[in-house]
Every structure is written in C-alpha cells, then in structure tokens.
Design a protein around this ligand. Structure first.
Ligand SMILES: *Cc1c(COP(=O)(O)O)cnc(C)c1O
Length: 481
C-alpha cells in the first residue's frame, strides 16, 4: 500500500485502517532464530535507549561529585589517550620488545618513591584494598622472618579507619583491635600506648584521617610502634591532601599504599580498573611482590630475584593502563603541580566547610585537609543526600566515618572552581533551610530524578539487571513495577 504515493481519498481511508502489525519491522524470517527470545527492536531504538540511560546517569563530566574519601576529581582526557597508545602490546611479549612500557613502569616506581619517601614499590595491586592486603602480607612475612610470626597477631586501627583496613588485616589472619579517637578526632595516644605491645604486628592509619583531620602526633605514634617492634602502615588512598607538602616517609611510616585511581588520574566509581601500588622502607624492600621493574643502565627488565618476596599478588604486572595514566599525570604536573593540586584540594575543602558550617553541625574544631564531615541539624543525612539529587548535584558520602552519626562526608577535590563550590554551598544551605521549614520535602526526595528513592534492600536481594530477568520476575509476580 505504501507505493501508492498520492493524496487521494482511497489512500486516506487505507491509512485509517492500518493496524499495529502493519508497522512491525520486517525481520528476515530466514535468518532470525525463533528460539532466541529477544526483544524485537530496531537498532535506532536500542541506541536511543542506551543514550537515554547514559543521560540518566551522573558523573564528574556532568557536575561536582563531592563523595568523601573517594577523590572524584576530574581527570584529564589526555591521559586516557596516552594510555590507549599502549593498547597493542601484550604482557607475554619479550622484554626487549616492550622497553618503553617497562621504562614507564620503572619511572613511575621512582616517582612514587620520591613522592612518598619510600625505598621500593610494587605496582601489582589492583586496588586500594588489594594494596592493603599486600601490605599486610608483607607485614606478616616480615614478622615471620624475624621469628615473631606466632607472637605478632594483632593489627591496631583507629575507630575512624576506612572499612577496608580491618577487612584487609583480617583476611591476612590478624586480629583487629580498634582504639577510640580523642575529642579532637585524632588517635588517642594513651589508648594506643595501652593497646600496643609485643603482640602488635602493625598500626594502620590514614593521615589526614577520614574526618579530614591531620594526625599531629604522627611522629609520636611512629615511636610507639617502632619501640614495640611493630610496623606503621599508611593508607594513602587520598594522597591529594599532602603531596609535595609532607610524605609517609617523613612521618616515619614503613609501608604505604596509594590509590592511583583516586589521586593520580584514573576515573573510577564504576568498579575498575584501579591500581593500588605498595611502597616500603628499609629492609622491607626484600619482601615486595615479584617482579619489580629495574634498570641496569642499558635496559629495563623484570626482576624476580627478591630475597624474601611474598610472591605474586596479581597476574602479570598490575593494571598497566592505569599506571600509564598516573605516569602521564605526574610527568605533566611535576613536583610543583602536584603540590599545587594538594594545596587546592585543602583550600577547596576548607572554603566549602567555612561556607556551610553555620547551617550544619561541624564536629571537631581543627582545620581540615582534603575533606570534612558535617551533620544536618534538623534532618537525616540520607534525606539531605536524596534532596541534593533534585538540584542536579551528586550527594556526599553518608554515614561514614562511623564515629559521627548522620555524617555527611564532603570532598570537593582540587579540580572544582570557586563558582562550582559556591553553587554547591548554596544548594546545601538551601536544603538546611528546607529541613527546618518543610521537612516532608526532604523525606520524600528525590522528586525530579528519573528514578525516585530506590528500595535498597529489594535492589540487593532481587537485582533486576536484564530485560529477561525483569520479564521472568514479572511473570512470576515477584515484582510489581
Ligand atoms: C578508597 C579508599 C580505600 C579503598 O580503595 P579501593 O580502591 O576502593 O579498594 C582505602 N582507604 C581509604 C582511606 C580510601 O579512601
């Protein structure tokens, strides 16, 4: 009927009589297999569907992403391009054919040594938690080598620790001992002294801690550990508070992990790939995973010959693409640029804190580093977080660290400009006022996102991730949407 291309009466009548089936897409019945049971959709509708989904998503390419303890900063796209230049090489290639790649890994090890004041690095761990696990394996091997493996079974942590710290220590077989923070939000030295003895394997801490507060007694803390024969472990996931200003080495730490996917220019949040290199000091270099990359003055090579190595912690040599991005980022910024990034991260965080602190409760009074924690005066943290979404910005981390109830943990990062911080502060203050005048508005938020408040429990118990799952659960009456 379509080829009757005129505007006469009979055609109009025919158009009126068209049925839904007449619009069905013609799939070639000879090549479409019936048993596949897939939705019959044309390409353009699928493209529109996924483009729409991507628009419903949120990322740092859209707006500020102030998720505390996550460093969701903007990462230059150039570094992605540089990493992509290496996509054609394979880890099974002969060393002589991948000298450039090995050089990048070697130089990155050297640069990380300089940034942290450590003596050796492994680039293998694939995430922060994996770095902690590696550091704890090194701790265990070190004490075993000293003949104290049986005795040193305890790892001490402050109650403000990131959740991965106790998990990593426990996975290596250590008992975890938690000590309380003092009223300044820092490690309570007396509690630490009392908890430490010859059964202590290590103290794990991040500095600045998860409240964004710098542990001023860190040298004293190191002394307590070292005089008891224990190691001091630095969780350096968010190094943008101190880069170029101080270092784990200057604070007398023995082991450190860094999150390249936070501080050193790899976008993250979707589950990887990440990279959590581990640096160590002094004789601990003899315990690093194999291989490490070395340079003999002529060529770069993989060294498997490390005296007391804990072995391998990952296939091949780490997430190479992430290493390239970190290398490119550090090369481009240089020492001065890294230091400026840290200063900016700290200035941004304190600026934002000062702007909003009269409208929220600010526990602890010290200056903050790259992040800070507040709590709402008249609302739950969850409701403030949900209401923020209505204004097109991402929420901060909530309910962490655990020592502040109803915590909103805000990390604006170094990449946001003043006007973005001002805009964010304005929204956060607006919500504080709403909480007073119209609390229902917060409790029912978000009001104008694609998906309203989700049922977290249902989402984890019955995740519906595909169209097929949706159809089956719907047919069984297990979901009603
Ligand atoms: C993010 C983070 C970690 C864990 O890093 P992952 O790469 O997510 O495993 C550990 N400690 C601190 C302080 C962090 O912010």
């Amino acid at each position: 009927m379509y080829h009757q291309a005129s505007y006469d009466e009979p055609l109009l009548i025919e158009i009126k009589s068209l049925k839904n089936e007449d619009f069905e897409i013609d799939l070639n019945p000879d090549i479409v297999r019936k048993e596949l049971n897939i939705p019959n959709l044309p390409e353009f509708e699928i493209i529109r569907h996924y483009t729409r989904l991507s628009q419903m998503n949120y990322g740092v390419d859209i707006n500020i992403y102030p998720l505390g303890s996550c460093t969701m900063k903007y990462n230059p796209k150039l570094n992605e391009e540089i990493a992509r230049m290496f996509s054609y090489i394979h880890p099974y290639q002969e060393e002589s054919t991948v000298q450039g790649a090995l050089q990048i890994m070697y130089e990155l090890q050297e640069m990380l040594k300089e940034i942290t004041d450590m003596d050796g690095f492994s680039l293998q761990p694939a995430a922060g938690a994996h770095g902690e696990f590696t550091g704890m394996l090194i701790t265990r091997s070190y004490h075993e080598y000293k003949g104290e493996g049986e005795k040193r079974k305890n790892v001490i942590l402050p109650d403000s620790a990131h959740g991965t710290n106790p998990a990593s220590a426990a996975m290596v077989g250590f008992n975890v001992i938690e000590i309380p923070s003092n009223k300044e939000g820092m490690v309570d030295l007396e509690a630490l002294e009392n908890a430490t003895d010859d059964t202590t394997a290590a103290f794990m801490i991040t500095n600045p801690n998860t409240l964004g507060i710098f542990e001023e007694d860190i040298l004293e803390i190191a002394k307590i550990m070292h005089k008891n024969g224990a190691l001091l472990y630095y969780d350096g996931a968010n190094l943008n508070a101190i880069m170029g200003i101080t270092s784990p080495g200057k604070m007398n730490f023995d082991i450190v992990h860094l999150n390249l996917h936070k501080t050193f220019s790899t976008p993250h949040g979707g589950g990887g790939p990440g990279s959590g290199p581990v640096g160590v000091r002094g004789e601990l270099v003899n315990f690093l995973p194999v291989p490490v990359v070395r340079y003999d003055g002529e060529k770069y090579y993989l060294d498997y010959n490390i005296k007391h190595t804990i072995g391998k912690v990952r296939s091949f040599y780490g997430n190479f693409g992430v290493l390239v991005k970190a290398w490119a980022y550090i090369k481009r910024l240089g020492g001065t640029g890294l230091k400026r990034a840290s200063i900016r991260a700290v200035v941004n965080s304190n600026y934002l804190k000062e702007k909003i602190k009269d409208y929220y409760v600010l526990p602890y009074k010290n200056l903050r580093k790259h992040e800070f924690v507040v709590k709402p005066k008249n609302a739950r943290a969850l409701d403030v977080a949900k209401r923020l979404l209505d204004f097109g910005v991402h929420a901060p981390t909530i309910y962490f660290p655990l020592i502040v109830s109803e915590a909103l943990m805000i990390e604006p990062t170094e990449t946001e400009r003043k006007e973005n911080l001002d805009k964010f502060a304005e929204i956060v203050i607006h919500i504080a006022k709403e909480a007073e005048k119209n609390p229902e508005l917060l409790k029912e938020a978000p009001h104008n996102t694609s998906v309203r408040r989700v049922d977290d429990v249902l989402a984890s118990r019955k995740p519906v991730l595909t169209w097929k799952m949706y159809r089956e659960l719907k047919a069984r009456g297990e979901i009603d949407y």
